[in-house]
Each structure stands twice: as structure tokens, then as C-alpha cells.
Design a protein around this ligand. Structure first.
Ligand code: CO
Length: 643
């Protein structure tokens, strides 16, 4: 069911994403003022978010900041990149700057045009013919090339093509890699830049199909399970503002990050208390472990190189949520500056989540139990073969959970008939699913009861046996203030039950201790690539699970603003060399977590969802369990079932 609330009001809040009219206006202003011709592409058209002090001042009754658009332009004729700010209130370009030596994100249109360019290339057609294939039988995916110091790749806007065989349009092409045929595309020229035709492994023998028309028999014992919300959902939406029980936040969306959450507050004693100012997935990196060409280049920066927002699914085409759903559309620009709308890009709904809390007082046979309800805000992005569900969960006890849901199709290579791959796993005959990792880089701009925050690390230690610990059972938690950016570069440590606490040293709870939230790691891992690898130069932020910086609006992207074809060294490792103070200041917490993926046969041909994420939980932010006031549910809502 889809609720019929209005989708979004005209930009009334400084953090509202650009409307379709604003995008069109920004493009028109810059095009006219700068006389841009047909060779120009719009790599990014997005709200220029006002800085925090300006937003907070406007909410306190100050002046409303002007609406501004931030654009990244690429001139295919020169290969030059420009950053532009357009003031929509004054209808003029207010900043125009060439950024030397960078490549903007690969645009969705470039992907589509690039596939056609490869297929139109005579040498490519000849190489296919040698294999007994035609262009109609292949699918061409374009991947970033990375940066390996090859002189001929400098200053060329390159992608490389992965070629897949499919017998029909519904065939799973990722089952049959066309091995040995390597093609690069110059995206400025939009033509094949290099073609190498090596002897490769033959096409794997079997199709790997999963679509409904290939499944001969459904299981038959599934009874209906219906979610009914006869009075509608418990949330309210006004423009981009969401209110759900005691939670309030604003939804945003960018082509790079997809879903962004702004100004998350929890109401306590009638007063909204700030938790996070801005939260998003700011980078993703997916390195593969095969050293052979071309696989060593498989290091996808899905946020910085492709833009998970631009690649978001329209959930109109098949929604994955149950119950009363509210959708936000994503209004974006394509590479020609045309407004493009991803309808139903962000899904929001409520879920029953089992028990919130319970106690049975057996002596008087009194049971107090409350059911947990959580609010889910999510989007799903398809980056070639892989799907990522990006899910935020809000709970009634003040907890926030972030969860990435990984599904889709694992990246494969064709293997020789007798080959036992070292850097991959056979998931079907001659289908080598390559080992890889998925890293998620979160940018968490905390404002815990205000902007003056600090961060602590909590480790649990075992007391040595001795007179203080005669039964050798003792353990206790230690707290260390992380005072500087250098001190706050940390790893998760399950052996120390490590977590971090963001505190506001200026605000005490009823127990007299600073109000705080915990950041609690879930599964995690480090890259296996060595420090001297291209990956670790370009994604140096992955060397640590935690980084903390003082708020600087210019510091948004952990691997730097332009990771595509970039040699690296930018982002968190660079900024934190200043070793700024983190004590009682406005903090941005960067948490990186990794999902390690040695594929299984059961991941084939389409992967059951793998879950990975972390939690943020109040820790003395409230004076007691804040969910005591959740009412008991009525027994009539469920039935007893006796066989
Ligand atoms: Co994977």
C-alpha cells in the first residue's frame, strides 16, 4: 500500500534537496552565463548545503540562507573539470573554478553511451567473431580503471569494459565472462581507447539463471502473511521532515551518497534533543584479491566513482517493503543537465521488531511486555552486478542502527575446465567467484545536545589474578578520552569489547555524568591489500575503523572529492595530519566497517542478502529506559495457534 501524503513541498528548509525547477534553473543559469556548448556534461547538480552555523542561525530566527546549487562540470572537448556555485536567489554564478588533474565521477549516461561505443567498434566486433559471438549476445559493463601509475593513462578519462555473454535478454550474463578480451574506453572521445585480445578461458558451460521464468517449480507451503495498519502509519511527513513518535529528522538525497539524514532529534520531556546533525554513507570501496590482469583493477569506489544515489532503484518497479509505505522521490540531473526523477527512491515504513522489553514477576504472576516497533528508512542501489540496500533503523529506546544489505550477483571470471582458483571460489562449473571485501565509510556528524562534544574509547580489561581478584573472575571497563585526531585513529577490537562514546561534557544526566551515545561496531575487518598498494594509497582511510575530525564543511569525502583515477593521499589521512583538538568541539565521527566475502556456492546465481552494519545507542543520554511509556499491546492483535 502506498500512502497519499504529498511527496515534497517546495524548498522551504535550507537543507531541502533541490527541486526540479531549481535544478533546471541552475543548469540554465550556468549554461547561459558561461556560454556552454554541446561538449559540456553536468557530472553533479546538487544543493550547496549551507554551513551548520548558518542553518542553526536561520532556525533560531535568523536570515534564511540563499538557495544555492553546487555543480561539477566536465568539458569533453578539453577534459577539464570545473566546480561551480550558482546562487538561485540572485540567479547568477557566484563561483567558477577549474580543478586541475581530477576526473569527475563516472556518469550514468557515460555508462550507457560507452557500452554502445564498445559494441560499435570494428575491432571489438572482430574479436567477438573470433569467439563465434555477435554484439547482440554480449553485455558490456564499464568499470573504473583506478590509478596504477601508467603514464599513458594520465589525463585520459578512462573506463574499462567487462564483457559478458548472454543467450537471451533475460539470461544472467554474469554467469559467463568473455575472458581475455580487454577493452578501454576514452569517455571524452566516447570511443575505444585500447583493445587487447588475449587467449582466455572458454565460456563457462552453464547458464546461471534465477529469474522467474527459469524456476520450474515453486514451493507450495507458503501461507499469506499480511501487515495491516488500519489507522495508517504512526509517522508524519511534512516536505522532507519526518516525525515518528519521539524521533524527528529530515530526509535528503544526493546523487553521490543517496539517502542523507539531517538533524536527527529525540524528544525528551517535551523537548527535542539533538543527536546527529548529518549522517550518510560517504564512501564505499570494494577491493578484490586476484593479482592477475585485469582483476587487480577491481577496486570499486561505489560512492565516489559511480554515485550510489544516481544508481538508486525506483521502488515503483518492485518494492521490497511490507505495510504502509511512504516514498520520497529523488530529483537529480543527468549528464546533459536534464532533470531526471527516480520515483520512489527512498522507502519509509514501520516494522514490528519482536520484544522491546519484558519482565515476568512470577511471585504475583505479573507480566509486563512491550512490543518493539522500528522505523525503517532505506534505498537500494544497483551498481552493475551488485545490489546494496542502505537501511537506517530508528528504535523506540533511542537506538539507531545502520545496516547495509548486500545482494545481487557476485563478480565472476571464467575458469579453465580443470582450474581450482586460488583467488576465488568455484560457484558453478568454470565459474570463479572472486574473493573480495566491501568497505562502508560512514560520515556521522554528531551534535549531542549541542555542538560541543568529545569522544571516549571504552575497553574492557581482565583484572590480573591476585589479592584484589582472588577468584580470578574480575573485569572492568576503562575509559580513555581521545583528545586529538591522531589519538582518535582506532581499530575495532572484539577482544577488548571495544566501543566508543560520543559525549557532551557540558550536559550532565541525572546521575551527574555527561550525556552520551555509544558507537558500537558490528562485524569488521581490515583490507588485506598492502600499504604500498594502489588501493591503500587511494583509500587510505580504510587503514583505521575510526577517525574523528573537528567539523569542517569542506571535509565530506573520506577518500577525497575525486577518487576516480586519482593517485590518492587525499581525505582523512591528509586532513588529520593537522592533528586538531577533539575536546569539547564540534565532532564528525567517521566509522568504517568491512564485510569480508569469500563466496559460497549458495551465493550463486543470486546472492541471499548478507547484512553488515553498526549501532548507535544512548548511554546516559537519558536518565533511564526512555521506552517505559510505550503502551502494552492488546492481546486481540494476535491469535494462539494449536496444532
Ligand atoms: Co560481496
Amino acid at each position: 500500500m502506498t500512502s497519499t501524503l504529498p511527496t515534497s513541498a517546495v524548498g522551504t528548509h535550507p537543507l531541502d534537496p533541490l527541486t526540479a525547477d531549481e535544478i533546471a534553473q541552475a543548469v540554465e543559469i550556468v549554461r547561459t552565463e558561461k556560454g556552454l556548448g554541446e561538449t559540456w556534461r553536468f557530472a553533479n547538480v546538487v544543493l550547496q548545503e549551507p554551513t551548520k552555523d548558518v542553518v542553526l542561525a536561520s532556525e533560531r530566527g535568523g536570515r534564511c540562507p540563499p538557495r544555492q546549487a553546487f555543480l561539477v562540470l566536465l568539458d569533453n572537448a578539453t577534459g577539464h573539470t570545473y566546480e561551480v556555485i550558482v546562487d538561485l536567489t540572485r540567479t547568477q554564478v557566484v563561483a567558477w573554478q577549474q580543478i586541475p588533474g581530477v576526473q569527475p565521477r563516472i556518469m550514468a549516461d557515460e555508462m550507457a553511451e560507452g557500452e554502445l561505443a564498445v559494441k560499435a567498434d570494428p575491432a571489438f566486433q572482430a574479436a567477438l567473431a573470433k569467439r563465434g559471438l555477435t554484439v547482440d549476445q554480449v553485455m558490456v559493463d564499464l568499470w573504473s580503471v583506478g590509478h596504477y601509475g601508467f603514464a599513458d593513462e594520465e589525463d585520459v578519462r578512462l573506463v574499462r569494459a567487462l564483457i559478458w555473454f548472454r543467450e537471451t535478454l533475460t539470461d544472467n550474463a554474469y554467469a559467463r565472462s568473455v575472458d581475455g578480451l580487454r577493452v578501454w574506453v576514452d569517455l571524452n572521445q566516447m570511443r575505444v581507447w585500447r583493445l587487447e585480445d588475449h587467449t582466455g578461458a572458454p565460456l563457462p558451460p552453464q547458464p546461471g539463471n534465477y529469474a522467474r521464468e527459469y524456476i520450474p517449480q515453486w514451493r507450495t507451503d507458503l501461507k499469506p502473511l499480511e501487515i495491516r495498519q488500519p489507522e495508517g502509519p504512526s509517522f508524519m511527513v511534512e516536505g522532507w521532515q519526518v516525525r515518528w513518535q519521539k524521533w524527528q529528522f529530515r530526509v535528503g538525497f544526493t546523487p553521490r551518497e543517496g539517502l542523507v539524514l539531517h538533524q536527527i532529534t529525540y524528544e525528551d520531556d517535551g523537548r527535542p534533543r539533538s543527536v546527529l546533525y548529518r549522517a550518510s554513507l560517504a564512501e564505499m570501496v570494494v577491493p578484490y584479491g586476484d593479482p592477475r590482469a585485469p582483476h587487480y583493477r577491481n577496486n570499486a569506489f561505489d560512492v565516489g566513482e559511480y554515485g550510489v544515489g544516481m544508481l538508486a532503484n525506483s521502488l515503483k518497479l518492485g518494492c521490497d517493503c511490507l505495510g504502509e509505505i511512504y516514498y520520497f522521490d529523488a530529483t537529480l540531473a543527468d549528464s546533459r543537465g536534464r532533470v531526471t526523477v527516480i520515483e520512489n527512491a527512498v522507502c519509509m515504513h514501520e516494522e514490528d521488531y519482536g520484544i522491546l522489553w519484558k519482565h515476568t514477576n512470577g511471585r504475583i504472576n505479573q507480566v509486563e511486555v512491550r512490543r518493539s516497533r522500528r522505523l525503517v528508512v532505506s534505498f537500494i542501489t544497483t551498481v552493475d552486478n551488485y545490489e546494496y540496500g542502505i537501511f537506517w533503523y530508528f528504535y523506540q529506546d533511542g537506538s539507531i542502527q545502520f545496516e547495509a544489505k548486500l545482494t545481487g550477483i557476485v563478480l565472476t571470471a571464467a575458469a579453465e575446465p580443470e582450474e581450482q582458483p586460488k583467488y576465488g571460489v568455484l560457484v558453478a562449473p568454470q565459474v570463479n567467484a572472486l574473493v573480495h571485501q566491501h568497505f562502508f565509510g560512514m560520515r556521522l556528524d554528531f551534535d549531542l545536545d549541542g555542538v560541543g562534544n568529545s569522544i571516549e574509547e571504552i575497553n574492557t580489561v581482565a583484572e590480573p589474578p591476585g589479592p584484589e581478584n582472588p577468584q580470578a573472575n574480575a573485569f572492568y571497563a576503562t575509559t580513555t578520552l581521545l583528545k586529538t585526531e591522531a589519538e582518535a585513529q582506532r581499530l575495532a577490537d572484539a577482544h577488548a569489547a571495544r566501543y566508543w562514546r560520543i559525549i557532551n561534557p557540558n550536559r550532565a544526566n541525572a546521575l551527574g555524568t555527561p550525556v552520551a551515545y555509544r558507537l558500537i561496531p558490528g562485524e569488521n575487518v581490515l583490507p588485506f591489500a598492502h600499504p604500498e598498494s594502489s588501493l591503500m594509497k587511494r583509500a587510505g582511510f580504510l587503514a583505521k575503523h575510526l577517525w574523528v575530525t573537528p567539523y569542517d564543511p569542506a571535509e565530506q569525502w573520506p577518500a577525497g572529492p575525486y577518487p576516480n583515477q586519482h593517485p590518492g593521499g587525499e581525505g582523512l589521512p591528509q586532513w588529520t595530519q593537522a592533528n586538531r583538538s577533539l575536546v569539547n568541539t564540534d565532532l564528525v565521527v567517521w566509522y568504517n566497517f568491512g564485510h569480508h566475502h569469500i563466496p559460497r556456492p549458495e551465493d550463486w546465481p543470486v546472492m541471499p542478502v548478507a547484512y553488515s552494519g553498526f549501532w548507535m545507542k544512548p548511554d546516559g543520554f537519558f536518565d533511564r529506559n526512555p521506552a517505559l511509556d510505550v503502551p502494552p499491546s492488546t492481546p486481540a492483535q494476535s491469535h494462539c495457534c494449536h496444532s
